[in-house]
Design a protein around this ligand. Structure first.
Ligand SMILES: Cc1ncc(COP(=O)(O)O)c(C=O)c1O
Ligand SMILES: N[C@@H](CCSC[C@H](N)C(=O)O)C(=O)O
Length: 443
């Protein structure tokens, strides 16, 4: 009888046949309860515990005493720390209701459980590897028809969405090719075909600090809280924001039924991380912008929406307030990319992004390795692509580390003015033969 929407009344849960729809929590005010600027709202979570604790308490309890009618009975169904987080998230995601799951993939699993055999999903051809894996599973085992198309092309999306479409699943910027997808444009196209089509947007690459898909016409926003929201590589979490309260009830039903709700301690960690989201993001994207320019000025083809050279620069800035801190670039050679990645000292070789420390990876070997190599080829995913996820470190330290790695790997040559990327031919040769420039251990 407990509700994860919480601090309100107990309600009956929706059953699988759709009976007994629970009363949803009242939608917040038009500004979704926001009184202050987002950076301020991120910091303030009103704790209503009996001791006026400044930090929301962790209710590390599986059960709650009292019997029927009480607010909480069992943490799988609802927990005060989780409720607190969900209310806070609803405010910052501009959603009528937010829900939290044990990971970003857990959140997507909850969302896609509304799909039935025969339903059609229209989605992108540059998707996070785990998302691609789940959709492939649903296609092969649950009778869901999945269309992967270039979602940067509105005409292609328009041709693919039909009355049979029940969900449109978008990522923007995409991971790792950093393509931009027109959220408002696609939402309009989908809803013109049917208002029942659920447009769901993965907002992991920017966080609610920089982009609010619900304000652009999407029906559902979700993201991996493992990234920017938590920000320290120490918690796995997934968040969902939705305006339609009946849809929210369905998602809540799934979270309660499958037991994938976020644990109290992880909810607390996420609440703590969110307080510093604005400062982390500002610093991370300032660093990322400088590094993107630094690599571009030395001749690399860099993918980053903060660069004017990004082919969809205008579209990105029409729907987002910043460029985030993930960028990618190619070298022309897998071997050369491997040497660069392995030559960094400060950049950790790791999957994930959005956290305080900088990371470097080769997506085709790591985060996107679960995509069949033939499919990667079909979708023109460059095998040599390097992804940089920028943290809050000192910018000069980051640049120095990248410079020494590029030199050590033979991707650049040293000149009096610093270093210059090699020509395509020289890079190709460097990729095959190895280092072209003598370097000392401490450049
Ligand atoms: C864009 C994107 N969406 C979703 C996920 C899934 O999140 P999680 O790892 O928290 O399950 C990830 C990364 O894992 C991601 O990069
Ligand atoms: N082994 C994991 C890989 C996680 S990738 C995490 C993150 N989304 C990223 O893009 O780096 C898996 O198979 O899911």
């Amino acid at each position: 009888m407990a509700s994860s929407s919480g601090l309100g009344k107990a309600f009956k849960h929706l059953d699988l046949d759709g009976h007994e729809l629970p009363p949803s929590p009242a939608p917040s005010s038009p500004s979704n309860g926001r009184k202050y600027a987002l950076a301020t709202e991120l910091v303030y979570t009103e704790s209503n515990d009996q001791y006026n604790a400044s930090s929301v308490p962790i209710y590390q309890s599986a059960t709650f005493k009292g019997g029927p009618g009480q607010e909480y009975d069992y943490t799988r169904s609802g927990n005060p720390t989780r409720t607190h987080l969900e209310r806070h998230l609803a405010k910052i995601m501009n959603a009528n209701r937010a829900l939290v799951a044990g990971s970003g993939m857990g959140a997507l699993d909850v969302i896609t459980r509304v799909l039935k055999p025969g339903d059609e999903v229209v989605t992108g051809d540059d998707l996070y590897g785990g998302t691609n894996r789940l959709l492939t599973y649903l296609k092969e085992n649950n009778g869901i028809i999945v269309h992967h198309v270039d979602t940067t092309k509105l005409d292609v999306v328009k041709e693919t969405i039909t009355e049979k479409t029940t969900m449109v699943l978008l990522e923007t910027p995409t991971n790792p090719l950093i393509k931009i997808v027109d959220i408002a444009g696609i939402s309009t196209i989908a809803h013109e075909v049917s208002t029942k089509i659920i447009v769901a947007v993965d907002n992991t690459m920017l966080s609610p600090y920089l982009q609010n898909p619900l304000d652009l016409g999407a029906d559902v926003v979700y993201e991996s809280g493992t990234k920017y929201l938590s920000g320290h590589h120490d918690v796995m979490a997934g968040v969902i924001g939705v305006n339609d309260l009946q849809l929210a009830d369905k998602f809540y039903f799934m979270i309660n039924s499958t037991g994938c709700g976020l644990a109290p301690f992880d909810s607390w960690l996420l609440l703590r991380g969110i307080k510093t989201l604005a400062v982390r993001m500002e610093k991370q994207q300032a660093n990322a912008d400088a590094i993107a320019n630094f690599l571009e000025s030395h001749g690399f083809k860099v993918r980053y929406p903060g660069l004017k050279s990004h082919p969809q620069y205008k579209l990105h800035w029409s729907q987002a307030r910043g460029a985030g801190a993930v960028l990618s670039f190619e070298t022309g050679s897998i071997a050369l990319s491997e040497r660069i990645v392995e030559s960094t000292k400060l950049f950790g070789i790791s999957v994930s992004f959005g956290c305080v420390n900088s990371l470097i990876s080769m997506p085709c070997r790591m985060s996107h390795a679960s995509i069949d190599p033939a499919v990667r080829k079909e979708r023109a995913m460059p095998e040599d692509i390097i992804r940089l996820c920028i943290g809050i470190e000192d910018l000069d330290d980051l640049k120095d580390d990248l410079s020494q790695a590029l030199v050590r790997a033979g991707a650049v040559k040293l000149t009096d003015n610093g270093f210059t990327a090699l020509s395509a031919d020289a890079l190709e040769e460097a990729g095959e033969t190895g280092r072209t420039t003598q370097v000392t251990d401490e450049p």
